[in-house]
Write a protein that binds this ligand. Structure first.
Ligand code: GAF
Length: 371
């Protein structure tokens, strides 16, 4: 390392990691399936400056109290809240055998928390980037998603798949990330919305997340049980014919969602590569219907937002993310975006829901060093 770079690093490093919207491929990642997320411009920024080895102090612009710990405090689940993601990254890096530099971490984010836009994956990956860079740890970004997933699974206690961490790390501006969650092979699919006169509107329903963690774990467990019953390692390996071989009606519906959702992702990639962005609308809507009726992860706010967007002329609309609250994505003609947003807002008022936050989503780049 040159003397100049070394001095610059002594003053600290700045890393940013974005949130993500999933275009299609929901609840497929933990079934070894396909996903197609893209990063958004809203992001988490972490500045890391060196502290004596073995001590970490983190402050966040969304919390009043700092989080402070040393290596002996690293116990999965502690501290609760956002601090677990910071401690979890240090823990996971150490578990993987790396020497993690002590650091003061200053965190700021313009991602809404709990909106299903992956604010936690953004936090974990921005901290990861900053610590890896500060400590010159030889861990290439291609390996960050797996490590950040470990943070969630083994430290925070959320049994998520690998989609969010992959999107947050690997996405490219103007593209969606087509990821095979079994092999982790990925490619960047052009998402040229502006060129097609289209906008992807995000409707943050601001619906309080209900039963998220327990219901998510229950869906995952049902999928694993169904795969075992069908004699495969993951639902990725079955087609629709397998559905009828399952004993329970709930299992049949869950598997039907996973199988058809994987097919929708592949078809969506095919259409986008052929330059037909507007043509993906019906796939988005079919995905929502499947998540509502078969996977049962929607709530009234999500269903009302989708129905209102479609009634106002959207080409397609669906919930995005884990569900039970969070955001809806609607594909609209850019010159009708305001009208569709207003229609959703009116529908929320009619139903007595809190006003949603509606904004256009532009495919942005993944984690990056800012300084
Ligand atoms: C959440 C999880 F974190 C992801 O891994 C994924 O399963 C998603 O829900 C549903 O597609 O965001």
């Amino acid at each position: 390392m040159s003397a100049i770079l070394s001095v610059a690093r002594d003053r600290g490093v700045v890393w940013a990691a974005p949130g993500r919207v999933n275009l299609i491929g929901e609840h497929t990642d933990y079934n070894d399936g396909y996903v197609l997320p893209f990063a958004i411009p809203q992001r988490c920024v972490v500045t890391a400056t060196p502290l004596p080895q073995g001590r970490w102090i983190a402050t966040s612009d969304s919390a009043t109290d700092p989080v402070s710990f040393d290596a002996t405090d690293l116990t999965p689940g502690e501290p609760a809240g956002w601090g677990a993601y910071v401690a979890g990254v240090v823990w996971a890096l150490r578990e993987a055998g790396y020497d993690v530099p002590g650091a003061r971490l200053t965190i700021s984010s313009d991602l809404p928390v709990g909106a299903g836009l992956s604010s936690s994956a953004a936090l974990a990956c921005a901290v990861l980037g900053a610590l890896v860079d500060l400590g010159q740890i030889p861990l290439a970004p291609a390996h960050w998603p797996r490590l950040a997933q470990q943070v969630e699974n083994a430290y925070v206690g959320m049994p998520c798949g690998i989609m969010d961490q992959s999107a947050v790390t690997l996405c490219r501006e103007g593209h969606a990330l087509f990821l095979d969650c079994r092999t982790l092979a990925s490619s960047h699919v052009p998402l040229d919305l502006a060129g097609a006169g289209l906008t992807l509107l995000v409707v943050d329903t601001r619906a309080p997340h209900r039963l998220v963690s327990g219901e998510y774990a229950a869906r995952r467990a049902t999928c694993a049980a169904a795969a075992a019953e069908l004699g495969v390692s993951a639902l990725r390996d079955v087609g629709l014919a397998a559905v009828d071989r399952l004993g329970s009606e709930v299992m049949r519906r869950r598997v039907r969602h996973v199988v058809t959702e994987n097919e929708r992702v592949l078809e969506c990639v095919r259409l986008l590569r052929a330059g037909g962005a507007a043509g993906i609308g019906p796939l988005l809507t079919a995905s929502h219907e499947s998540l509502r009726d078969d996977y049962e992860v929607t709530v009234p706010e999500l269903d009302v937002a989708v129905a209102a967007a479609l009634a106002a002329g959207a080409y397609g609309a669906r919930m995005t993310g884990g569900g039970f609250g969070g955001c809806v994505l609607a594909l609209v003609d850019t010159d009708r975006a305001d009208e569709v947003g207003a229609a959703v807002t009116d529908a929320f008022a009619t139903h007595g829901f809190a006003a949603p936050h509606v904004f256009p989503a532009t495919p942005a780049r993944g984690a990056t060093r800012l300084g």
